[in-house]
Design a protein. Structure first.
Length: 283
């Protein structure tokens, strides 16, 4: 083995060690402990698929998983519909001297504690709060509240994760040469054709990053649903959290995590293939 090859392997060791210790090893332990029954993480007993059988027999996993996927798709779709115009405005319409200021304003919520942000939004959504007071102008009862409902969970999650989509799209849109869009418009292309044939394919990688950054965390969220969703807002993340923190059934909690990771991996693969198709449209 040459010295250059040895140096290459030595340079790869820190990254490989980090990947092994922080990703592969925890996932292996999660899979292993999902085969342990009871609330004691111990390998003294026999391994079995009892946790998985109990999960499907209980009947909660399927409905809650589907509900979490729907919430993830809804928040992701809303983030795309709102994020594209906002990101395009920041990249192509706003003057450069104001652009950095507005980007910082979008980033500011990241500096706030997640719990503080959720409780602040809950105050705004409560009865006779700012939101309900504004809606009263349109004839709605201000004493009513949309808290402790799926709507409240959706609005809080959208507010939390919309910046990820905006920033992902902005980083790609700002690199598109304005002359490309101008050339398409001068040749008679409509705004719709420009978006479909030029902007969408060129921003496909950023769109995929934004979808992953929004969809997966939203589908696995539990803090927002536990605090603002009430009994109607329970999601798959809430079920996983309850197995670890309430019933202390560690084995079942690990099994739920494994199933969630498998489903999310399949959905991410499908999304990746769809985005790759959009990329090929520009070739």
């Amino acid at each position: 083995m040459t010295k250059s090859r040895i140096k290459t392997w030595l340079l790869m060791l820190p990254g490989a060690g980090t990947l092994l210790s922080l990703v592969l090893l925890p996932l292996s332990l999660l899979l292993l402990f999902s085969l342990v029954t009871g609330n004691q993480i111990s390998l003294s007993g026999a391994l079995s698929f009892k946790n998985y059988l109990n999960i499907f027999k209980q009947g909660l996993f399927g409905p809650l998983m589907w509900k979490s996927i729907r919430m993830g798709l809804l928040v992701t779709a809303s983030s795309i519909l709102i994020g594209y115009p906002v990101a395009y405005g920041l990249a192509k319409v706003v003057k450069p001297r104001w652009r950095n200021f507005l980007v910082v304003m979008i980033i500011i919520p990241f500096f706030t504690s997640q719990l503080l942000l959720i409780y602040s939004l809950m105050v705004m959504l409560q009865s006779q709060g700012p939101v309900m007071t504004f809606l009263a102008l349109f004839g709605l009862d201000p004493t009513r509240s949309i808290l402790y409902s799926n709507t409240a969970v959706y609005l809080i999650l959208l507010y939390q994760f919309l910046p990820y989509m905006v920033l992902s799209l902005f980083s790609s849109l700002v690199k598109i040469d304005d002359n490309v869009v101008f050339a398409a418009r001068s040749m008679g292309a409509s705004r719709r054709r420009v978006f479909i044939d030029i902007i969408l394919p060129l921003t496909a990688p950023a769109l995929l990053s934004g979808i992953i950054l929004v969809f997966i965390p939203v589908a696995g969220s539990f803090v927002e649903s536990n605090l603002a969703g009430g009994t109607k807002g329970m999601m798959i993340g809430s079920l996983i959290d309850s197995n670890f923190s309430v019933s202390l059934n560690m084995g079942r909690g690990c099994a739920l995590c494994v199933l969630f990771l498998l489903i999310m991996s399949v959905l991410t693969f499908i999304l990746q293939r769809a985005i790759r198709y959009l990329e090929r449209r520009r070739l």
